[in-house]
Design a protein around this ligand. Sequence first.
Ligand code: PDD
Length: 278
Amino acid sequence: RTVYLNGAWLPEAEAKISVFDRGFLFADAIYEVTGVIDGKLIDYDAHAARLKRSLQALGIPMPVDDGTLLDLHRQIAQRNGITEGLIYLQVSRGAQDRDFLFPDPLEPTFVMFTQAKRILDNPKWNKGISLKTVAEGRWSRRQIKTVQLLYSSFEKMEAHREGYDDVLFVENGHVTEASSANFHIISREGRLITRDLSNALLHGITRGSILDLARRAGLETEERSFTVAEAKAAAEAFITSATSFLIPVVSLDGTNIGDGTVGPVGRRLLDLYIKDRR
Ligand code: PDD
């Protein structure tokens, strides 16, 4: 694979980053993941906009201008022959002697790579997944897409060992999101309920797209926080992310959601999303 590093296209074995990089030492870095289908970038503009918000929140400068950023996304997909998969991008504050304080200015480290991945016809679309609730243990500024992913990775790993597919984070009895996806329910009355945007969760791009499509399709929607009990009593549930689109959740802590099979509303929203973006 060819990777992009600070202005150069390099074979992955030749792409090297300083051991003093603050991304490495402090997780002082943000990232973005954009899906690719049929060689096309999915929801690119929204991902680029969130990238800027994340950088601004941490005071890291944008490494390239808007036009270059889009061009790099197109180029890297083309160079690596990615027709289906993802483009990963990371910007760290850069390298300096290890210090909790960061002097200004620093030269950001900017990396991009691709990963081929089958997004369409995911077997989980038909089977659904199981989630286990765990206490929310991440820092409180989760709207920033930082690379501080250890808590999420650890908890997901533990859940896997216990036979679950993923975790659902819970704070004060209310659902925030899954380890790397937003969580939504369809109430018994047929309403799409998803947590309102705040610092408590990542403002998922796919979340926004699905919400928009649901409204256009005439579905009633509510953006508000909800409890684990409400999620367990829902007719359907699903998670959304750039690399999986929409995956039905059929059980929570071992309790079936609905009848424990994939529900029609989630499937319809998934089909609408694929049709609209392809
Ligand atoms: N994760 N919430 C969290 C904590 C996430 O890490 C992600 C995405 C989402 C969904 O956001 P979006 O729809 O913009 O992808 C929600 C990416 C895919 C990852 O870490 O690989």
